[in-house]
Design a protein around this ligand. Sequence first.
Ligand SMILES: [Zn+2]
Length: 464
Amino acid sequence: MNFTSWGAAEQVTGSMHLIELQDGYRVLIDCGLDYEKDRSSVENEIFPFEPSSIDLVILTHAHIDHSGNLPTLVKNGYNGQILCTSATADLCQILLTDSVNVFLAKNKDNKKNRRGKNEFKHAPLYLHKHVMDTMDRFFCVPFHKKFEARANLSITLIPAGHLLGAAAILLEIQEEDNLKRVVFSGDIGRYNYPILADPETIPDVDYMICESTYGGRLHSKDKTVEEVLIENIKHSCIDTPGRLIIPAFSIGRTQALVYSINKIFAAKKLPPIKVFVDSPLGMAGTDIYRKHHHLLNDSAQAFYQSNGDQFTFDSLDYIETLNESKQISDYFEPCIIISSAGMLEGGRIQDHLYFNLQNYYCTILFIGYCAKGTLGRKLLDGIPMVKIYGRELYVFASIKQTDLFSAHADQNGLLNFIMATPPSKLKKVFLVHGEKSSMQQLAAILNEKEYQVCIPQKGKQFIL
Ligand SMILES: [Zn+2]
C-alpha cells in the first residue's frame, strides 16, 4: 500500500493523509483546514487529488484543523461515507456550522456592487448547505468495535483523550499473506485531563503516523489544575473584589474548566463565586458532553453520582443573548467570566476585555496557546496598551497563563503512545502535526531508542 501526507506535513494544521491499498481503494484520514493558508481562500479549495476518487474518509476528531475542509471535499465531488465516533459527528455539526458563520462574519462589511449585489471580499469556502450535505455522509462507529470496511480492510477507533469522541485509528490491511497494522494517532490527549478518559495505547503496530505538537516539550508538573484555579480565584475574587476572565475555546476547554470549578465549589474549597459562561457555542458543546456522558472519565462519572450534572451549579449562569452578555459589565460583585475566542480574536470576549483591561482588580488567565499576531499573544508578551473597538486602552489587568488545560500529550505522553510497540516490530514512525523543531526533537529521542523515524514532506509517497 501507499501512504501520502497531504496536510499537517512539517506543520501543525490542515491534517489530511491518504492511504491507497494495492487494489486502488483510497482512504483519506482527516480533512482539516490549513490555518497557514487564508482559511476562506481558494487555497483550501484545491485538493491534490480528485475528491470523487476517494472511497472512504475516516475522521479522528472534530477540531477544525482535522474536520474543517470536509464540506469542501463534499462540495467538490466526494460522495462516500465519513466514518467517526458519534460524539465526533455531533461536535462536527456545531463546529462546521460555526466555521460557516466565521466565513460569513468576515464578509459583513462587504460593499454592494453597482448592480446592488454583494461583492465578497473573502468568498466563503463553503456554506450551511454544504455542511448539511456533509453531515448526511457521517457514519458512526463506537470505540473498539472492529468495522469491516471490505474484505482486506478493517477499521477500529481507539480512545485518544484530547476531545470528546477523539480517536486514534487502527487500520488492519490484508495484503496477500500479510496482515499490516497501521495507526494514525490523530491528536493524543494528556493523562489525568479533567473530564476526559486517558488516551489508550495500541500494541503490535507495523507503521504509525503520529502527531508531534509537543514533541519537544514537557508539561509543567509543579501544580494541579485545581491548585492553579484556586490560586487565581482567591487572588482575583476573594482577596480583592475583582474579576477573573478566562478566555477559552468553546468546545473542550470550557467544559473542562466548568467541571473543575464545580468540583472546587462542591468540595467547599472556596466560597461560591458567580461564574458566567458567555459563549453560545460553549453551551451547545456542553449539551453534547452531557449527551455522551458515558465517555467521560471515572472521576467525572463518580462526581455525577454524588453531585449531579458536572456542568451545572448554583452560582453558574450560561449567557445566551448578546443583551445578557452586555449586562455582565454592570455586574459589580466579584465574578469569573469564561468566554471565547481563546486567542481573543473576535467573539464576546472582546467586550469583556474592553471593559476590564484597565481594571487593576482584574486578572486575565490564559489557558491555551495564543498564535503570533493575535491579541492574546500581544498581552502575554506584555504590551502596555492595546486598541479595541478603535479605543486605546492601558493594560492594567494582571495577565497570567497556565499550560495545565492543554489537551495535547507532551513528549513523554507521545513516547508512551509510540513505544507501546517495540522498535523490533514497528517498521517506521512518521511524525506529522508539529512544528519542525518539535518533530526533530522527538525524532532524535526515538532514534536513540532505535526506532526508524521519518518526517514526511507534503505530497511525498511512501510504500508501507
Ligand atoms: Zn485536536
